[in-house]
Ligand binder design. Structure first.
Ligand code: ADP
Ligand code: ADP
Length: 228
């Protein structure tokens, strides 16, 4: 959650006000998209929400923890335990198999995967027959689905996805978005996705629009599987 968050890059005449008093909360089990033109502050907001960047003013809460002002060590641990990330560029480790990539967050945290949960994630993401493949042997869409499974496997409080379909053709993009939405519907996952693509945003339950560092509007939309 962001409460009156501002972010200024640089100072004096060169200062860029990337965020100007942004307040936004995220309800558990809801898929939120943050949209806005290039330079409107989407990435800055996501980085601040995830504790990847510091704020210039205001507060950030990650679950019930205020992260504003926490040191790097605490932040790293919090992110490891509570946050999943999906990036535009997949960011998989090329020498590991799909399965090893998916298990990585658990291995890093010294946790063991709950076998039933791991199976559910792999099935929802549709990767059962690709678990032994390395990223180089997978299509872009399959790689991004591995990245989604990796983000989900440790059951984070929230998954932050930054332009997750930016490098995908529309069919692969639709598969990835379908999976993200399924993880919200079937597993109660909370997702915050930054995108400038209206098609990607149409998969979200809620869309928050940024312009010049401010939230200018917000809509709640019925997604196809919520329409009766
Ligand atoms: P978006 O993700 O919507 O394209 P950004 O959050 O990347 O927007 O950028 C918001 C504004 O902050 C832009 O004017 C951008 O140039 C500026 N900005 C982003 N990162 C930096 C940085 N590291 N240093 C200086 N200015 C930055
Ligand atoms: P606890 O505090 O008892 O460990 P958690 O809140 O961590 O409970 O876990 C709640 C649920 O999440 C459990 O039912 C468990 O099946 C699942 N879970 C927790 N950790 C993992 C994990 N590393 N892999 C898969 N599932 C997990």
């Amino acid at each position: 959650m962001a409460d009156g968050v501002s972010k200024v890059y640089g100072s004096g005449d060169a200062a860029v006000h990337a965020l100007r008093g942004v307040s936004v909360g995220f309800v558990s089990g809801v898929f939120t998209a943050i949209m806005g033109p290039s330079g409107s502050g989407k990435s800055t907001l996501m980085h601040c929400l995830a504790g990847l960047d510091t704020v210039s003013g205001g507060r950030i809460m990650l679950g019930d923890v205020e992260i504003t002002g926490l040191g790097d060590r605490r932040l790293t641990l919090l992110r490891r335990d509570r946050v999943g990330f999906v990036f535009q560029a997949f960011n998989l480790l090329p020498t590991l198999t799909a399965e090893q990539n998916i298990r990585l967050p658990l291995d890093l945290a010294g946790r063991k995967a709950d076998a039933a949960w791991f199976d559910q994630v792999v099935d929802v993401v549709g990767l059962r027959d690709r678990l032994g493949h390395r990223p180089g042997e997978l299509s872009g869409g399959q790689q991004q689905r591995v990245a989604c499974a990796r983000a989900l496997v440790a059951r984070p409080d929230v998954i932050f996805a930054d332009e997750p379909t930016g490098n995908l053709d529309s069919r692969s993009g639709a598969e990835v978005l379908g999976f993200l939405r399924a993880s919200v519907r079937e597993m109660g996952q909370t997702i915050v996705m930054v995108t400038h693509d209206p098609v990607a945003a149409s998969y979200a339950d809620r869309v928050v629009f940024l312009r010049d560092g401010e939230i200018v509007s917000e809509i709640v939309q019925p997604t196809p599987d919520t329409v009766l």
